[in-house]
Design a protein around this ligand. Structure first.
Ligand SMILES: Nc1ncnc2c1ncn2[C@@H]1O[C@H](COP(=O)(O)OP(=O)(O)OP(=O)(O)O)[C@@H](O)[C@H]1O
Ligand SMILES: [Mg+2]
Length: 482
């Protein structure tokens, strides 16, 4: 029975022995010593609490343990069936933080533990070259061979005379050759030599964050490699994963190789799946979130599991620190500033770009007639994050946006600069939306429907957090949760 299906019997830190909850023994020992936190006077340090919570809600870590993985059953099956079908390579794509690496980890793990011996991973960066990728591949295949070889030799000694199947298909000669050739690899880095010399085993070569590679040449060489692999029936499979709207854009617009790929797009997670992430984690930690708090987390997260883990993480640490077992929406507002502070800088960047020196402007009081004060931009971005869809050409959308902007300004008793004294007008708001699209990449016009959208889920989630902090508990819940 997995941890998620057990009924929680009380908060984790009040249970004298909660072996049922943890499989990590080092962890369990530590918790065990401090198990009755606040009851026998032995409080845990914040560091210890954070460590425990980080095993469950992990915004910075992809999921590895299948018990913690929620949803994505269709995608997992498609992935696993492609791995087991000769000739297919795989491409996994979707937004940043949507769960690509987690899907790869869990799908591979579930296939078969023996598969672990055949997996090679590479994480790309901006300047990754073809040589970088395949020298890592060759280094790992050599290591795998040597480990296997050592294991086999020692088990031969132990099991004198037992027959041991190293790898199916006469692996020995290929591997010995590979080891011998490895030091002279520089000469051999063409797609043809890579495939014909080194891709003779059923390796799963996972190349993650493929979108980060800037060079078109590297992507073209990868495309050639795949073409040659397929035409020579190589048993090695490439699994490419990265941030993209389409599979072909990720691979580098190489339509001729698309037919060798099984594409797995990852869309935003549904609210019931996000709820399951929270309830599984809460059951493990012995904390309860009220239904309204769960709804608030799901809505703010907008289908991105990253935000669910981030919000639940901070709430849980706070709950354990303050020994509160049952959390409600007002607790969300107690940890909000901390959450905003801890959001990844890369997510904050486009928001800050749109505001420029917001604080300086606010302090000095906005004077120039030619430029929009950053506070108006901030109001517009926050108001847009409340709306599902916005098109300036739709008078209803514009009306709603203007209403929200003015309402928030009034609610906070903002003294707007002179030109906005009587409230912000439709045409001013419309101008500000255009200006934000121009000066930052937080918003963009989607072209097709003339709708203005947030460039990614992170931007929208972060703007919502800013709006919650700006407007406070009551206004935010009234306007946003409704
Ligand atoms: N199916 C899932 N169930 C539970 N949590 C998930 C799931 N998928 C992803 N997560 C969580 O969401 C966050 C992002 O996951 P992950 O790192 O796999 O996304 P990614 O798409 O690979 O992100 P990036 O684009 O930054 O590489 C992590 O906190 C991870 O633990
Ligand atoms: Mg990833």
């Amino acid at each position: 029975m997995d941890a998620a299906n057990r009924s929680p019997v009380g908060p984790l830190w009040l249970i004298p022995s909660f072996d049922v909850y943890y499989t990590d023994t080092a962890h369990r020992r530590r918790l065990h010593r401090n198990s009755v936190i606040g009851v026998n006077g032995e409080n845990m340090t914040i560091g210890e609490i954070t460590k425990i919570v980080s095993k469950v809600f992990k915004p910075a870590d992809p999921i590895v343990n299948p018990d913690q993985f929620v949803g994505r059953q269709k995608e997992k099956r498609k992935f696993q069936s492609a791995v087991l079908t000769p000739g297919y390579h795989i491409v996994v794509y979707g937004e940043s933080g949507i769960g690509k690496t987690s899907l790869l980890n869990v799908s591979i793990k579930e296939l078969n533990d023996d598969f672990e011996d055949h997996i090679i991973r590479y994480i790309c960066s901006e300047n990754t070259t073809y040589e970088n990728i395949f020298s890592e591949f060759l280094k790992k295949t050599n290591q795998l061979y040597e480990e296997r070889h050592k294991e086999t030799k020692s088990s031969r000694k132990l099991n004198a005379g037992a027959s041991i199947n190293i790898l199916k298909g006469g692996a020995e000669s290929t591997f010995e050759r590979l080891t011998a050739i490895a030091p002279r690899l520089e000469d051999a880095y063409t797609p043809y030599t890579i495939v014909s010399e080194f891709c003779k085993k059923p390796y799963l070569f996972v190349i993650d964050d493929f979108d980060r590679i800037k060079s078109k040449d590297v992507k073209a060489q990868m495309a050639d490699t795949i073409k040659i692999m397929s035409s020579s029936s190589s048993p090695t499979k490439l699994i490419l994963s990265g941030v993209s709207n389409t599979a072909s854009a990720l691979i580098g617009s190489q339509p001729h190789i698309m037919r060798y790929f099984v594409s797995i797009p990852l869309s935003r997670m549904r609210d019931h799946e996000l709820t399951e992430i929270i309830s599984k984690g809460c059951a493990t930690l012995g904390i309860k979130f009220s239904a309204e708090l769960v709804k608030l987390i799901c809505k703010t997260s907008n289908g991105l599991p990253y935000f669910v883990h981030l919000l639940a993480h901070h709430l849980s640490v706070w709950a354990m620190e303050n020994q509160i077992e049952h959390l409600h929406t007002e607790h969300f507002f107690s940890v909000l500033e901390d959450i905003i502070y801890n959001v990844l800088d890369i997510i904050k960047e486009s928001f800050d770009d749109a505001l420029e020196s917001y604080e300086a402007h606010e302090l000095l009081g906005y004077q120039s007639q030619n430029e929009t004060p950053p506070i108006i931009r901030k109001l517009v971005i926050m108001a847009l994050s409340f709306m599902d869809v916005f098109s300036a050409q739709d008078s209803k959308h514009l009306c709603n946006l203007v209403l929200l902007v003015n309402e928030m300004a009034e609610f906070r008793k903002l003294e707007l600069p002179n030109s906005f004294a009587g409230g912000i007008l439709d045409n001013e708001v419309e101008k500000v939306v255009d200006e934000i699209c121009e000066i930052s990449d937080i918003l963009r016009n989607d072209g097709k429907n003339n709708q203005v959208i947030f460039s990614n889920g992170y931007s929208k989630g972060y703007s919502l957090l800013q709006a919650a902090s700006f407007c406070g508990h009551q206004y935010f819940l009234k306007r946003f949760l409704k």
